[in-house]
Ligand binder design. Structure first.
Ligand SMILES: [Zn+2]
Length: 82
């Protein structure tokens, strides 16, 4: 891993969202994950949503619509997100 940005501020979290076609477009929100995923494998977001790693695209920084439930459950400092 070692991507800049959120990792330095918060420790080990990952930002990811479902790839196009895996879910409905309105559900393609950016979830927050507590740890780098095992590849291949399942991963659970802070909001409790479960994903297969191959169905996610990983973001270095917040992009698009965030998952509100993930944000509420994530131990992020406020300045880590726009
Ligand atoms: Zn979420």
């Amino acid at each position: 891993m070692g991507k800049h940005g959120c990792e330095q501020a918060t420790g080990r979290i990952m930002l990811g969202r479902p790839l196009p076609g895996t879910v409905r477009e309105t559900q393609r929100v950016m979830h927050v994950f507590p740890e780098p995923a095992m590849y291949p494998g399942g991963i659970v977001a802070f909001c409790g949503a479960q994903f297969w790693t191959g169905d996610l695209e990983w973001c270095e920084r917040p992009a698009g619509m965030p998952c509100v439930r993930c944000l509420a459950a994530t131990p992020l400092p406020p300045q880590a997100l726009p």
